[in-house]
Design a protein around this ligand. Structure first.
Ligand SMILES: Cc1cc2nc3c(=O)[nH]c(=O)nc-3n(C[C@H](O)[C@H](O)[C@H](O)COP(=O)(O)OP(=O)(O)OC[C@H]3O[C@@H](n4cnc5c(N)ncnc54)[C@H](O)[C@@H]3O)c2cc1C
Length: 257
């Protein structure tokens, strides 16, 4: 059995997101997995990066965040809250991000979790050759990840021609930029549409679908995102011509299944 970390962002425990988080914990534990939850509002997570994050500065005169992030990580002077989250990530075999879509992205507190926990040297960095270790090769390689999200809009609004843009494009900055970038495999998101008006009956239907996705968490085929050093990109990290087949938009960064 495996270890699963749920990073959860909602200010109300009785919310739909709170119910889905509780349901995920129960379901995964019933299947024999060990589960830890980072309840960001409950923990009163500090959402912004600032000088307080680096109590032992390399350069006390001017804060350059990625340099201090790297220095604090390598000199073991990160703040205890960040160290604790990094320990949870090391422990996890899979990571689930549970959140409501707010302004086409994650709530600020969750973005702040990524900003602060993904220290340079921990989640990403420079390899021996000076090439960035990222996109399939970062510090979280070997783990899988899934977004579980609730949205106000209808399914059609997020379809290929929908006014909100497709979910593949909309979630690209999270799935490719925050999950795959530090090396995690990414499976399809679990999405609850029209969540604002969700009835109890509809909730039960979504619960069943979520249960099936959680049961397959470790078996589903992840997105075939192309690795930075897999040969598909040129020296300027542009996808080599012709490899996209019929794909458009951000989907050109997935290899054909
Ligand atoms: C700042 C902000 C920005 C937003 N931006 C976007 C956007 O860009 N795109 C978009 O599509 N939407 C957007 N929305 C809508 C947002 O995505 C939804 O409000 C959110 O997903 C609903 O999730 P919740 O957990 O807050 O639901 P809640 O408000 O807690 O509940 C939603 C409904 O689910 C019902 N429900 C049914 N069963 C249960 C159960 N078992 N437990 C709890 N509740 C249940 C509740 O009764 C309620 O009617 C935004 C909302 C806000 C506040």
């Amino acid at each position: 059995m495996s270890n699963v970390l749920i990073v959860y962002a909602h200010p109300e425990p009785k919310s739909l997101n709170g119910s889905l988080k509780d349901f995920a914990v129960e379901t995964l534990q019933a299947a024999g997995h060990a589960v830890k939850v980072s309840d960001l509002y409950g923990m009163k997570w500090k959402a912004v990066v600032d000088a307080e994050d680096f109590p032992s500065r390399k350069d006390p005169d001017r804060l350059i965040v990625n340099r201090e992030s790297n220095h604090a990580f390598s000199s073991k002077t990160l703040t205890p809250d960040v160290v604790a989250e990094q320990e949870k990530l090391r422990w996890a075999d899979a990571v689930i991000f549970q959140f409501p879509l707010w302004w086409f992205s994650m709530p600020a507190i969750m973005k702040g979790w990524v900003d602060r926990v993904y220290s340079r040297g921990f989640a990403y960095g420079l390899g021996e050759t000076g090439i960035s270790i990222r996109y399939g090769e970062g510090g979280l390689k070997g783990r899988r990840s899934m977004i579980s999200i609730t949205v106000g809009g209808k399914d059609a609004h997020y379809s290929d021609r929908g006014i909100n843009g497709s979910f593949d494009d909309l979630l690209f900055h999270i799935q490719h930029g925050m999950l795959f970038y530090p090396g995690m495999d990414v499976v399809e998101p679990f999405v609850v549409y029209e969540s604002v008006r969700l009835t109890d009956e509809q909730y039960k239907t979504y619960q069943e679908a979520f249960k099936a996705r959680l049961a397959g968490l470790f078996d589903e085929t992840p997105y075939a995102y192309r690795a930075q050093r897999g040969g598909d990109y040129d020296a300027n990290l542009r996808l080599r011509p012709g490899l996209e087949d019929a794909a458009t938009g951000t989907n050109i960064h997935k290899a054909r299944a």
